[in-house]
Design a protein around this ligand. Sequence first.
Ligand code: CTP
Ligand code: CA
Length: 228
Amino acid sequence: YAYRFEGAPLAGRHVLVTAGPTHEPIDPVRYIANRSSGKQGFAIAAAAAAAGARVTLVAGPVDLDTPPGVTRIDVQTARDMAGAVRAHLPADIAIMAAAVADWRARDAVDRKMKKGDSGPPALQLEENPDILATLGASADRPALLIGFAAETNDVVENARAKRERKRADWIIANDVSGGVGQSVMGGADNTIHLVTAGGVEDWPQMPKEEVAMKLVERIAAELEVANG
Ligand code: CTP
Ligand code: CA
């Protein structure tokens, strides 16, 4: 995909993007994860770089090439991702597209668990740090903080609540109710609702690259307004 912008609207800006899932180990061969191809986050990183930004992409385990001009940090777990984000601040704009695992196994072990006579193990879970919410509340908060919301129901309502709870400026909401195969997860297209302080913009279905392109244009316009 050839991202084309008039001039370099994000020149001089540092854009931090998270993308993909995180993998939370149970033992050396098993993990907990969310479904995520990383395509939308990688497309956003690519578009931001094409718009002239310095881009740091913190990526969970995905099978995607690093976009040209993008600095990529590979991580496995939510805690690794949180650490990598912290290490690469400050940023002017942060876009948290990763499908972070909400929970990790409390008692991960470094030897493979075996089937035995005692039946299936009962996994004890504990909650992972919320990277977006932490950033929203931090002294290093980027001037423009953008999160995603993957929802199966009450999409815009849930996204509005997330915007406030996490102190994000924008939430990009998408409906993932289609399930695997016929939906946004892993697919080429995305249908999003952009939730801002001013209201909700419903964007038509389009390829993830075009969502990325339009989002970067929207970000550039926002910065222009902010700078008078
Ligand atoms: N997010 C994050 N760290 C987490 C969980 C989520 O940074 N531990 C970010 C995601 O990258 C996304 C936004 O928060 O930008 C919303 O993620 P989502 O999973 O939709 O929200 P949750 O707050 O985890 O709520 P729930 O899964 O219960 O709907
Ligand atoms: Ca979640």
